[in-house]
Design a protein around this ligand. Structure first.
Ligand SMILES: [Fe+2]
Length: 535
């Protein structure tokens, strides 16, 4: 019905789009703002120290970077940006830096149009243009029918959701090596395979059909078992309460898939795995998709209750036991392990959900305006059901990590990004902390009041180095100068002078998660037939 399509397009272009636009949005400013182009740098200048000869590989980082001005900047959420990969290739003491957008289906449609077509978490329904809906395969008649059905309170069909899903997949949260491939990840949708050298997007990757994007795909925090490479992950459902749990072999082949129902649909960003169990955080960040005109699609509703679900990780039929805890929110656990008939979990616990539903006039309160997250240790006694909590330090922190060789087992040391002392407000975390769980000591390296870090990752000095003996790698942004460094520290002693400070030619925005892939474990699958074809 091209005439009707044209009419709706013409009317849509006259539609005012000012709602929320006049409100400042800190997540589009300063170092939250996207770097608007792609580049490949020559070897970078080492400002201080030297790159250790044994450090050979690539540090990949992911951040949200809207390719085009969002249709309603006032409602743009930090989680809405198109995924941008920064890659630091390190070899023979030299570092080069490249960055590329993940070419999702959504980004391809917008690049073809030359402008943004789709709203985000808060405004997909209200800010997506008619041109955007038509590009997803909806006809004008479909849109009119959807509008009427929406007014009648009818839920979208699976077919309609399948057509909308590509517009929601921004692939912007993490990047990890799995199943012999480099994958960019985002919760609520499917992964994308990335060429590890050129950073070109090869295409969507669904593990041979095993991970269904319509059932939540997989979160951005799969757990990979040290030694075996077994992949544990899950995706949570948006339309109804529950999740789909997956166990995949190191080659990506599906070993276990099971659906687990919950009591309400919630944003479940991450989870934990021990040597025997999988642990889910069902916390009251409630998905509220019943009124698409309300930008508050994720609401803090503590009266709905908070629970931790524990299940035998490799048993397809084991019952899930749920443990009530006081309402809180958790984006990221540091690690979890079995301890007799208990599980021990170190995580960053927020007393309420940050970044959503702040209650004030602006939908985009600064992160520091929410009650901060702090590192705590939970001990779940599986026999008695008792859950105890110990505060490990009172510094606001995020992005907790351990030596990845000690994932799923007892760890002695961990690291966090933290906020210490006065800051200039142009970033979130201005320090890196090292936590010694044996002595209880937490030591911080503070970069300054106007220098901020991204997530810091641990790299072992060698394969057989002791736990925690190695390097921390991250990027630091100096807000006064507007420049970024690649920062490499001695992970055993943060007080020491940096191992190396490398000045980038282009700033690295505040982002989410990264990974380190040693050159010795590259992606060369020579002689091995790939188990899947990429669509
Ligand atoms: Fe995360």
């Amino acid at each position: 019905m091209p005439l009707l399509d044209d009419l709706l397009l013409a009317l849509d272009k006259k539609r005012p789009r000012s709602r929320g636009s006049d409100l400042p949005n800190p997540y589009l400013e300063g170092n939250f703002a996207p770097v608007g182009h792609e580049q490949d740098s020559p070897p970078l200048d080492v400002l201080q120290g030297a790159i250790p000869a044994e450090l050979r590989g690539t540090h990949y980082r992911m951040s949200p970077a809207p390719r085009f001005q969002p249709p309603n900047p006032g409602l743009y959420h930090w989680f809405d940006g198109d995924g941008m990969i920064d890659a630091f290739h390190i070899e023979d003491g030299r570092v080069t830096h490249s960055n590329r957008w993940v070419r999702t289906g959504k980004l391809a449609l917008e690049e073809r149009a030359g402008h943004a077509l789709f709203g985000g978490i808060r405004d997909l329904a209200t800010s997506t243009s008619v041109e955007g809906w038509l590009s997803l395969g909806f006809s004008a008649a479909d849109l009119l029918r959807l509008r009427v059905e929406g007014l009648l309170g009818k839920q979208p069909t699976d077919d309609q959701l399948a057509r909308v899903l590509p517009a929601m997949n921004r692939s912007n949260t993490s990047i990890a090596k799995m199943a012999g491939r480099l994958l960019s990840l985002v919760e609520g949708s499917g992964a994308h395979e990335i060429d590890p050298r050129s950073l070109a997007t090869i295409g969507p990757f669904d593990f041979g059909g095993a991970v269904d994007p319509l059932k939540g795909g997989m979160v951005a925090h799969p757990k990979i078992e040290p030694g075996t490479g077994t992949i544990y992950t899950f995706g949570y459902w948006s339309g109804r309460p529950g999740l789909t749990y997956h166990v995949l072999g190191s080659d990506g082949s599906s070993r276990l898939v099971r659906d687990i129902e919950t009591t309400y649909p919630a944003m479940m960003h991450d989870f934990s795995v021990t040597a025997t169990r999988a642990i889910f955080y069902h916390l009251p960040a409630v998905l509220c998709l019943d009124d698409v005109s309300d930008p508050n699609t994720i609401r803090w509703q503590p009266s709905r209750g908070a629970r931790i679900g524990v299940v035998l990780r490799d048993d397809p039929a084991a019952p899930v036991r749920w443990y009530e805890i006081p309402p809180c929110y958790v984006f990221h656990p540091m690690n979890a392990f079995d301890d007799g008939d208990a599980v021990v979990i170190d995580l960053v616990r927020y007393p309420r959900l940050p970044l959503f539903d702040g209650g004030g006039e602006s939908p985009n309160a600064r992160f520091e305006e929410y009650p901060p997250g702090m590192l705590v240790r939970l001990r779940l006694d599986l026999g008695t059901g008792r859950v105890s909590e110990t505060l490990l330090d009172d510094a606001p922190c995020e992005f907790p990590v351990v030596d990845p060789r000690f994932g799923m087992r007892a760890h002695r040391v961990g690291w966090v990004a933290a906020r210490r002392g006065a800051t200039c407000g142009r970033g979130i975390m201005n320090a890196i902390g090292r936590v010694d769980f044996q002595t209880g000591e937490v030591r911080y390296r503070v970069l300054g009041r106007s220098s901020y870090v991204n997530e810091a990752l641990f790299i072992p000095r060698s394969d057989d180095a002791a736990e925690g003996d190695g390097y921390l790698i991250t990027t630091a942004y100096h807000a006064d100068e507007g420049v970024s460094d690649l920062l490499i520290l001695d992970a055993t002693d943060l007080d020491r002078e940096p191992v190396a400070v490398v000045r980038t030619r282009q700033r690295v925005p505040y982002g989410f998660h990264g990974t380190w892939v040693p050159a010795a474990r590259s992606f060369d699958r020579k002689g091995e037939p790939p188990p899947f074809t990429t669509r």
